[in-house]
Design a protein around this ligand. Structure first.
Ligand SMILES: Cc1cc2ncn([C@H]3O[C@H](COP(=O)(O)O)[C@@H](O)[C@H]3O)c2cc1C
Ligand SMILES: O=C(O)c1cccnc1
Length: 337
């Protein structure tokens, strides 16, 4: 974790950046990014090593209520697509040099054996239908959190110090909206969006169902209890992964609406996680802008993406690399005198 003792380092790094061959402040947000990464790594000369993108996949009992524009079995198909290398996240990770690791924590369907880029950690084949009962038991939720922690420790062991989190789970904009509603206190209609592309009618139906779910679980206000009742297995795994990454002193790349909902939980459990986070993009999903505002976060990109999978992280990673390269490799004003 970051310690407050870094104020002298902060001064030193700020001076270094100011003394580069450019007008003061002219590299804008890159300067803030470089400083943040230096403080996370507690060094004037940070390095990014073995970048990883972890995608957690899980199904949702609530999907049976028709809260998504797509059928639930797309989750299984998409995990096969990740394994075959054909999804958007595969393409962007290959392009930008991130190692992709996909983890099944709760997909309704089985897969062949583990590979270097696919891990089975199934807790159950999808959450329960939260319209009628809590999505998970406490044990299941904790097991999903542990899966996230274990995977992060594994990649750190292999030399990774910068990590993005993505997800796949048809229906998961619903738990994400509910977590946002309960943890930020914002009205539900400001948290619920079209997800994969619901029509006006579909959106109205989703809102009505989520209102019912929120009322059923109105007693849950503590972050772990909220996650257990209205979360998802892949969301809980991201929570665990983010908590562990922060504890390990890693840089965390935050993706869109679902990943930021996981961060809301992680942040509620341990606010020091926030300092490790780079907010990669602002999703087009209703509510993401407000979520970012709640976290006092400025996204790097705004490309009208609404996909998830960690795509925003993989796309923003070259900008993060540029910030570190600037700090390490740019000449100082001495060269001009
Ligand atoms: C083919 C396909 C690929 C995806 N990749 C990510 N998602 C995204 O969409 C889903 C959330 O939206 P909703 O709550 O409306 O179901 C999640 O699986 C998310 O990762 C996808 C969705 C589809 C259909
Ligand atoms: O921003 C996201 O994470 C997102 C938005 C819509 C659908 N799936 C994911």
């Amino acid at each position: 974790m970051l310690t407050p003792a870094s104020s002298t380092l902060e001064t030193t790094v700020r001076r270094r950046i100011d003394y580069k061959t450019k007008p003061l402040g002219a590299l804008g947000r890159l300067e803030e990014l470089a400083l943040q990464i230096a403080l996370i790594q507690q060094t004037e000369t940070p390095v990014l090593t073995n970048p990883h993108l972890l995608v957690f996949a899980g199904d949702h009992g609530l999907a049976a209520e028709g809260v998504s524009a797509y059928p639930a079995d797309i989750t299984y198909g998409m995990v096969k697509n990740f394994i075959a290398g054909g999804a958007a996240i595969n393409v962007f990770c290959r392009q930008n040099g991130l190692q992709l690791l996909v983890c099944d924590v709760g997909v309704n369907g089985s897969f062949e054996e583990n590979t270097e880029s696919f891990v089975k950690y199934k807790i159950r084949p999808g959450t329960r239908n939260m319209r009628y009962e809590p999505a998970m038991t406490t044990d299941e939720c904790e097991a999903a959190i542990d899966a996230g922690k274990t995977l992060v420790n594994g990649v750190q062991y292999r030399g990774c110090n910068v990590i993005g989190f993505g997800e796949m789970g048809i229906g998961n904009t619903s738990p994400a909206a509910l977590l946002m509603h309960r943890l930020t206190g914002l009205p539900l209609d400001q948290c619920v969006g079209r997800g994969t592309g619901l029509t006006d009618e579909g959106l109205a139906r989703k809102l009505a169902i989520l209102q019912e779910v929120a009322t059923r679980h109105a007693d849950q206000t503590e972050p772990m209890a909220v996650l257990t009742a209205m979360g998802g297995l892949e969301i809980a795994a991201m929570v665990g992964g983010m908590l562990q990454a922060a504890e390990n002193g890693m840089v965390i790349l935050v993706d869109g609406f679902i990943a930021t909902a996981a961060l809301l939980v992680a942040n509620a459990l341990n606010p020091s996680v926030r300092q490790h986070c780079i907010f990669c993009h602002q999703s087009d999903e209703t509510g993401h802008k407000q979520m970012l505002y709640f976290l006092e976060a400025k996204p790097l990109l705004s490309l009208d993406l609404r996909l998830g999978e960690g795509t925003g992280c993989a796309l923003a990673y070259p900008i993060v690399q540029a910030a570190v390269a600037m700090l390490n490799d740019m000449a100082t004003m001495d060269i001009l005198t």
